[in-house]
Design a protein around this ligand. Structure first.
Ligand SMILES: [Cu+2]
Length: 345
């Protein structure tokens, strides 16, 4: 059976879901990347066609403005919400999140019928300080039931899963999740309605950072949520990225400064593939798994994460120039999950 690839085997093992089938009409029913993107990658590899780097077909790019979000902004966008001081002196920090069905361009010319928090993928990077009281008002503006399930420490009824607390929030419904910010570290949130794979793959997730009471050292801070998109509903991804848009940071590298501390909040939410990874060129980073400890577990250039795993990476670039970062699964790299840091003097 020469055609029986790993991903075909995985896809065949997942039962067909009515909801996904119903969405087929929303996107072109084809495999755009298997041939075209790889061909583009091959063409550009090592050549000067578009600055000598890979991108989608002949340098085509996604219309970020039409999408309403831009990975170049998301990478440094931390949403601190609104705060007020409670009578006790504690800080109450509040956000409003709305689930919205939205068609987004995930690769040039490829529109994907996404489910989003606040119209963007990943959802807002929620950021707070350890010990604060957090209140998240969730409105479901989608045509499907959803929740917000936070990672971290909280009571069962605030867990955002079906059958507990407010449970599934029906279309048009609203609920409030409220709990203390704990523990300090890098967490995530995502919808927890079944079929879970579909609710995640459609785009309902985001990073959730709890800063420690004793602040971390000043740094140039970045956030990357590693994800992918199954654009033809075959239970395998055709495009891979950090912060949704493949090759975005190849087309426009992330500018950082020589010798300045870089801190990357890295979250993996990739669905349909068992693992993902992050590899940095020309350097090594200190790795803090889940960001819960102050001592790094490792000094390395590659970390591997399963879905839901996350960690904080810290390093400095001693030399100016362009340094790649990408998944070290070459297949993911070729399908979009790669970028450059541009280190200025
Ligand atoms: Cu959902």
């Amino acid at each position: 059976m020469p055609d029986l690839t790993r991903r075909r085997l995985l896809a065949a093992s997942v039962p067909a879901i009515g909801g996904a089938a119903a969405l087929h009409h929303a996107v072109p029913h084809r495999h755009p990347w298997d041939h075209e993107a790889r061909a583009a990658t091959d063409r550009h590899a090592g050549h000067a066609a578009h600055g000598g780097h890979a991108s989608f077909r002949d340098g085509a790019t996604v219309d970020h403005a039409a999408n309403g979000f831009d990975p170049h902004e998301i990478v440094r966008d931390f949403d601190w919400g609104r705060t007020r001081r409670l009578a006790s002196g504690r800080v109450l920090r509040e956000w409003e999140l709305t689930a919205l069905d939205k068609e987004i361009e995930v690769a040039p010319g490829i529109r994907f019928a996404a489910w989003t928090y606040n119209g963007r993928i990943p959802g807002p990077t929620l950021r707070c300080r350890e010990g604060e009281r957090l209140r998240i008002t969730f409105t479901n503006g989608s045509a499907h039931p959803h929740t917000i399930h936070f990672h971290g420490i909280h009571p069962a009824e605030m867990d955002g899963v079906p059958g507990l607390g407010a449970g599934e929030i029906a279309p048009g419904g609203r609920t409030t999740y409220e709990f203390d910010a704990a523990p300090a570290g890098l967490h995530l949130y995502h919808c927890h309605v079944r079929p879970l794979a579909e609710h995640l793959a459609k785009g309902l997730y985001g990073a959730f950072i709890v800063d420690p009471a004793e602040p971390r050292e000043e740094a140039d801070e970045l956030v990357m949520v590693m994800n992918g998109f199954d654009t033809n509903f075959d239970r395998a991804n055709e495009v891979y990225a950090a912060n949704t848009i493949g090759f975005a940071y190849m087309d426009r590298p992330i500018a950082v400064r020589r010798d300045e501390l870089v801190r990357l909040y890295l979250v993996n939410v990739l669905e349909y593939d068992l693992i993902n990874s992050f590899h940095l060129h020309g350097n090594l980073f200190h790795y803090f798994p889940t960001g819960t400890g102050r001592e790094p577990s490792e000094h390395t250039d590659t970390v591997m994460l399963c879905q839901g795993q996350r960690g904080i990476l810290q390093w400095r670039f001693p030399y100016a120039g362009r340094y790649m970062f990408h998944a070290h699964q070459s297949e993911f790299t070729e399908l979009g999950w790669q970028g450059f840091f541009e280190v200025g003097a």
